[in-house]
Ligand binder design. Structure first.
Ligand code: MN
Length: 203
């Protein structure tokens, strides 16, 4: 399968018409938001395409990208939005609007499984086996073809997964539960950034 990959330096191009339903993923230098900068943001419109934006890590100026992420009319599908949003908030200094998270959806919809990783969801809903070998690779420098393919694969299946999970949530009458749970995402991210990383509801 050939993915239409477009690498953009610093920002999305001007006048690019993007869909009102996009999948979003990010790559960082590591998992520690205080230490490891945000490197890439990937966007797919669900048509086997991937816009990969290599951010300017000195300025983090990306006006067009920020406009898309802040746009309330554009639905964004993340997988584990909690991590991506921490890095976006810290480095791009914006609040993303209209967020969905396939990991949270999966936990509520797929109570028959304890596997909610992206690889597991891609396998279950599309039958594809993707390799996560390049997950821990250096996204800070020149990107290899393999890295670009890897980054693209993290976003191209999300629309399909979102649709399948949504159907289960509706069928199992857990849609409202999900809608209310996902509203907490902004608070969850703020708690993480304030170092309250454990479950504040637990005893
Ligand atoms: Mn990724």
């Amino acid at each position: 399968m050939n993915i239409d990959i477009k690498l953009h330096i610093d920002d999305l191009p001007d006048h690019l018409v993007i869909s009102d339903n996009i999948a979003v993923d990010c790559e960082f230098m590591g998992l520690n938001v205080e230490r490891d900068p945000l490197c890439l943001v990937q966007i797919s419109t669900g048509k086997n395409d991937a816009h990969i934006i290599k951010l300017n890590r000195d300025t983090y100026e990306a006006t067009n990208l920020k406009k898309v992420l802040k746009n309330k009319e554009i639905n964004k599908i993340f997988h584990y939005a909690r991590a991506d949003l921490q890095f976006i908030k810290k480095y791009l200094k914006i609040d993303v609007e209209n967020i969905n998270c396939t990991k949270v959806m999966s936990k509520l919809a797929r109570s028959y499984s304890d596997k909610h990783g992206l690889k597991d969801l891609i396998k279950e809903f599309t039958g594809n086996d993707i390799s996560k070998n390049l997950q821990s690779s250096d996204f800070g420098g020149e990107l290899s073809d393999k890295q670009l393919q890897y980054c693209a694969k993290d976003v191209i299946y999300l629309h399909k997964i979102y649709d399948c999970l949504n159907k289960i949530l509706i069928r199992e009458k857990r849609e409202k539960l999900y809608q209310n749970a996902i509203k907490f995402i902004h608070s969850r991210v703020e708690l993480d950034l304030a170092s309250f990383t454990s479950d504040i509801w637990s005893h």
